[in-house]
Design a protein around this ligand. Sequence first.
Ligand code: UDP
Ligand code: MG
Length: 312
Amino acid sequence: MSTPDVSVIIPVYNEEEGLQSLFDRLYPALDKLQTSYEIVFINDGSRDRSAAILREQFQKRPDVTRVILFNGNFGQHKAIMAGFEHCRGKKIVTLDADLQNPPEDIGNLLAKMDEGYDYVGSIRRQRSDSWWRHVASRAMNHLRERITHIKMTDQGCMLRAYSRDIIDTINQCNEVNTFIPALAYSFARHPTEITVGHEERAAGESKYSLYSLIRLNFDLMTGFSIVPLQMFSMIGIAVSIFSAFFVVFLMIRRLIVGPEAEGMFTLFAIAFFLIGIALFGIGLLGEYVGRIYQEVRHRPRYLIQAILEQKE
Ligand code: UDP
Ligand code: MG
C-alpha cells in the first residue's frame, strides 16, 4: 500500500447504526474500479460504538483500511483535514459516513478527474433534507457567491474529488476553522462539477443543528472574504449621510414650524433600528477577532489518540 491511486476520506461521528451498511456498499464499489485504493476513516471522538466497529473493520481489511482515532470531537472539517494529512493517494475523495451520497458514484468522480480536472465538485440530484435546510442553503448559496466569489452550485455535498496538488496545498494551510470544499476550490486550477445521487439519512441523525449550520456558514463567509466588514463601513457611511440631511431638515423645520415634541415613538423606532445594526456590526467584528485569536494561539487543531494501519 505504498502509493495507492485513490484515497477515500470518511469522517465518522456517532454512526454506529449506519457503518456496516456503509462497508457493505463502499468496499465492493471500490473493488469494482480495479485501481489501488485506501480508505481512511477518522473517528471524530464518537461516544457510541463507532470506534470499535472501525477497529473490527480494520482487522477484516487491513490492506486497504486505515483508521485515525481522535481524542475528542473536533468537527467534520478538522477530521477531514487529519485524513488529508495522512492519506497517500494520488486522487483524494471525501465522503460522508451516513450513505446520503452513494459510494457507487465515486467511479464517476474519478472518471471526470481522468479528463484533466483537478477538482470535481458535486451537485445533489435530488436533495432529501428537511425543507428548512433547502430554503436556508439556497439563500446561503446566493450570499456566498456574491461575497466570496466561490462558485459552487451545492455547497452542502461532501462527495468530492481532489488532486494530490490541491491536498498538498491544503496541508500547508494551518487554518483552524475552515470549510474544505471552499478552501480546495480556491486552489483549484481546473474545477468542474457533476451530479450525484442523494438519499435521506438511512440511520442515525444529522449531526448539524441549526446552530452549528450557522457557525459553519460564518466559517465560510469570514474565512474567505472580508466583504462583510466592508459592508459595515458602507452602511455606516450611508447612515451618516442620511442623518446629516435629516439634521438639516429638522433645523429648517424648527425655523418654520417652531418647537415640536411629537413623534417620540418614531424616534424610538429609528434608534432601535440603528442600535440593532450597531450590535450586529460589533458581533461581526467579534467573529473576525475571535478567529484571529484562535489562529494566534497556535494550539493543535486536533489530537490523535491512535492510528490503525498496516506496517509497510
Ligand atoms: N461528522 C464528524 N464530526 C462532527 C459532525 C459530523 O465527523 O462533529 C461527520 C458525520 O459522521 C458524517 C459527516 O460528518 O459522516 C456529515 O455529518 P451529517 O450527515 O450529520 O451532516 P449533514 O449530512 O446533516 O449535513
Ligand atoms: Mg449527512
